[in-house]
Design a protein. Structure first.
Length: 822
RNA sequence: GCCGGAGUGGCGGAAUCGGUAGACGCGCACGACUCAAAAUCGUGUUCCCUCGGGAGUGAGAGUUCAAGUCUCUCCUCCGGCACCA
């Protein structure tokens, strides 16, 4: 009577052994063939690990295991992105201090993570909320400050008057407070920014060499939003204000008849001061600002403006341009002032609405249509075939061809503009008016001037004595300890910065801190950084494409420029796992559709569960959760186990590490399939195509199960092939075979291309594209012979008789295609 | 609106270079074992059919000896950006 495989017992046994013998601990210094594999570290919420975590972590681990079996020293650390809003909200609700809830959540999460059986090197774990970590978050701030990449600026935050607190954008959706429903207002607050914009071009250029999904690279490219154009020197008439106006479509500059300025532009109040329209303009501005803040602003519905009464002083020699305030102008792109013409859809619509004169200068070749443009019947824009009428020097030339010449003309002939580049990327606002984050290491002198906290005072501890219930002041401002500490070190009247840093700051550099092994002296040891960075494989969700994944790149480039590291990109290769939904919806606590892996692990074990997640479909596709197929994978595991039991019972165990017998003792059929499977699995795992790797192994099993007996070498190969996918089972089989050491330290099997060649192949015969016959032929049959065979085939004869054979094609070892007429 | 990606049996999916569409698994049906059930094992399983075949990869056209795969038009779903002059 054969035993059945009992995963829970076996898996626990190996997890203990791995830990005890440090199977996954990496000597960072000694490693000679390093491979750095990371997953995006999780947020330690109070909920249990869910299916999504497993779907992300388990395949990433299988990939790492495969790399290890290629002989590399694979470093896969794990950590916790522990600062952030949920813990603070939980504290507001329950009074439990975030430090306590997070500490206990991390503990539970580690226990759960260990059940997956991943190769995590727990010695190098990081937790961003611990002072030994966030001292480096603060250190990073100081470096940014020192290198002039950090600055302060007023900006609006979402504010709830009833809760007396700042709200994150997600909490202020639809313009009302998530908690109490009160209308959210925009309150100006001074915020710290980091100059990511300085790195826009580098961040764009660096993408070319990254092995990242094209989609993600495209998203970053669009996010950075490089645009080329001209800055036109301009000034306001009878008013002391000079500025530049950005134009990326300068071909039709002669058509520009008015200018628009963003409602938020700081000069507006001065511009209308004492004028008779002052009140009207200020009211307009307030109304538009509010509108923009409280809803998803739709410019089609809110194309609004008001005349300032001022004029831009003849920028093109075509006359002064009336300056309007327009709802659609963006303040933080260009200079917040734009010249407008008849050749832009939105400008055209705006001018029509407010009866502003237009002067088209470009027309289609068709006379009738050109007449319509002259009569302003519709807007004619961006047509490469459009023919310019003005300026005279360009009359008759096509819009699509003059861009470069026009820029040259504006710059060198008229001398009113300069060629320039603009980016959409905005500087990174890193201030959060929140408690549970890394305190910004800044203090203010009695005059209110900011000073960086000297490095010797790091970590600048997050105070413990705060009230979580919102009271209108920032949580840190209420800490007596923090105020006392500040005065004690810096002197009377000095005050601390009370904002904390965006959690994306914490996660922008954790890859380096994994390599630092908790060092308090060095951010990261230089030789280790040089050896291990950039990260060879990074796995995580696509939702971070334009946040974490761009911030981490920026911080890496900045630290390189500061001289602390050598790498200029953090993540060489990136893969996004798909999203697992339940009943079509994203799993969330509020929807109550979160699937816990626990009951499945109890019943089937980690190996079955992780393989099922991989078998569901392509890793990058995700899908809707459904457990009906898990049985199939369980059967696979049980069948593998009994295959080994049966054969070992028949043939006995192997001895020691070298159980080498030749890999050709089995039947031709088994050998061919075995080598084909090695090939398939070896190709699929690096491509993260676990579903097809697994189905190849199932096909192999279907064949070897039918054999009377299998060679040791075949069994050994099968155990090795499943080791990345089912690590516990593979270790157990390795032990049963009599192998020494861990299977993960064995060499990955290689296939012999000669073994893949079979003596005969099946060739099909197509007549006019339809399959009419099948023939088994010797692999090396000549084209002549196979065509003759095909034509002689009884079934083919039926279709050929009495018809003219027009064409014969033979595709080696695949098919014969015959074309007949009549 | 703009930019991406995807649509294949009852279900998850495979087909990597234009070459037998539906691998592998689930489910289902029948059979073996069993008093019986579960488990396990075996056989079958795209649809239609007059058993000769015919149709078939979101729809329609095109290129080709041959199209899930290439080209064009359209539909649906998913993701991203939303006033960037």
């Amino acid at each position: 009577m054969l035993n059945t495989y009992s995963p829970t017992k076996v898996e626990k046994k190996w997890q203990k052994k791995w830990q005890k013998e440090g199977a996954y601990t990496v000597d960072l210094e000694k490693a000679t063939d390093p491979f750095f594999s990371m997953v995006m570290f999780p947020y330690p919420s109070g909920d249990k690990l869910h299916v999504g975590h497993w779907y992300n972590f388990a395949p990433a681990d299988s990939y790492a295991r495969f790399m290890r079996m290629q002989g590399k020293q694979v470093f896969t650390p794990m950590g916790f992105d522990a600062f952030g809003l949920p813990a603070e909200n939980y504290a507001i609700k329950t009074g439990v201090h975030p430090d306590d809830s997070i500490t206990s959540n991390v503990e539970t999460m580690i226990t759960q993570l260990k059940r997956i059986g991943c190769m995590y090197d727990w010695d190098k774990m990081v937790n961003t909320s611990k002072s030994e970590y966030y001292r480096w978050t603060q250190w990073l701030f100081l470096q940014m400050y020192k290198n002039d990449l950090a600055y302060k600026k007023d900006a609006n935050v979402n504010w709830c008057n009833s809760c007396q607190t700042v709200l994150a954008n997600e909490q202020a959706q639809d313009g009302s407070c998530e908690r109490c429903g009160t209308e959210v207002i925009q309150k100006p607050m001074t915020q710290w920014y980091w100059k990511i914009k300085n790195y826009a071009q580098q961040l764009l250029d660096g993408l070319d060499d990254l092995d990242w999904p094209e989609k993600t690279k495209l998203m970053q490219r669009n996010w950075i939003g490089r645009s080329e154009g001209v800055n036109i020197k301009s000034k306001i008439k009878d008013f002391d204000y000079e500025f530049e106006v950005y134009d990326s479509v300068p071909q039709t500059f002669k058509a520009q008849t008015f200018s628009v300025i963003a409602p938020e532009h700081p000069i507006i109040p001065e511009l209308v001061k004492g004028k008779k329209n002052e009140k009207e303009v200020l009211e307009f501005i307030e109304r538009i600002k509010k509108l923009k803040a409280t809803e998803k602003y739709n410019f089609d519905e809110h194309l609004e403006g008001i005349f300032t009464g001022a004029y831009v002083d003849d920028p093109y020699g075509t006359g002064d341009l009336p300056l309007w305030i327009a709802s659609f102008v963006v303040m933080d792109y260009g200079t917040g002032i734009v010249h407008c013409s008849a050749h832009d859809e939105r400008d055209f619509a705006f001018a029509k609405k407010y009866d502003i004169p237009l002067n088209p200068v470009m027309f289609p070749a068709d006379k009738k249509e050109a007449e319509k443009i002259k009569n302003l019947e519709y807007c004619y824009a961006k047509d490469p075939e459009g023919i310019l009428e003005q300026p005279e020097e360009f009359a008759g030339r096509k819009w699509g061809e003059v861009r470069g010449d026009i820029i040259d003309y504006l710059q060198n002939k008229m001398k009113i503009g300069e060629e320039t580049v603009q980016y959409r990327l905005r500087d990174w606002s890193i201030s959060r008016q929140r408690y549970w984050g890394a305190p910004i290491p800044i203090v203010y002198d009695p005059e209110g001037k900011p000073h960086p906290i000297p490095e010797e005072h790091l970590p600048w501890e997050l105070p413990h004595d705060v009230e979580f219930k919102p009271t209108g002041t920032a949580p840190l401002a209420q800490s007596k300890e923090l105020i006392k500490r500040t005065e004690k070190i810096f002197g009377k009247g000095w005050t601390p910065e009370v904002d904390t840093m965006d959690t994306f700051v914490c996660s922008s550099f954790y890859q380096f801190r994994y390599l630092a092994e908790g060092s308090t002296k060095e951010f990261v040891p230089k030789d280790i950084e040089k050896k291990w960075m950039p990260v060879d494989m990074y796995v995580g969700g696509p939702e971070h494409a334009c946040m974490h994944l761009i911030y981490a790149r920026f911080v890496t480039k900045a630290l390189r420029d500061f001289g602390f590291i050598k790498a200029d990109e953090p993540f060489k290769k990136l893969v996004h796992q798909g999203l697992i939904t339940n009943q079509g919806a994203k799993m969330s606590k509020s929807k109550g559709n979160v699937v816990s892996p626990d009951e499945f692990i109890d019943q089937y074990g980690s190996d079955v569960f992780r393989m099922y997640l991989m078998f569901m479909g392509p890793f990058t596709a995700g899908g809707d959760w459904n457990d009906t197929g898990i049985k199939g994978v369980d059967r696979f595991v049980q069948r593998i186990f009994s295959l080994f039991e049966t054969n070992i019972a028949k043939n006995g165990k192997g001895k020691g590490k070298s159980m080498n017998t030749k890999l050709d003792q089995d039947s031709k059929e088994v050998n061919t399939k075995l080598h084909a499977t090695i090939k398939k699995v070896s190709e699929d795992i690096p491509r993260m195509q676990f579903n097809t790797a697994l189905s190849a192994l199932m096909e192999l099993l279907n064949i070897v199960e039918k054999q009377d007996s299998l060679s040791f070498e075949a069994l050994k190969t099968i155990a090795l092939l499943i080791a990345p996918l089912a690590p516990h089972l593979a270790e157990e089989l390795w032990g049963q075979l009599g192998g020494e050491g861990f299977i993960i330290d064995q060499k990955w099997p290689e296939y012999d291309p000669k073994q893949l060649v079979t003596d005969t192949v099946t060739v099909v015969v197509q007549i006019n594209g339809k399959v009419r016959a099948e023939m088994v032929v010797p692999t090396e049959i000549s084209e002549e012979d196979v065509l003759k065979m095909a034509k002689d085939h009884e079934n083919v004869q039926k279709y050929l008789s009495g018809k003219e054979l027009k064409k014969e094609i033979y595709i080696k070892s695949k098919l014969v295609s015959l074309v007949v007429a009549g």
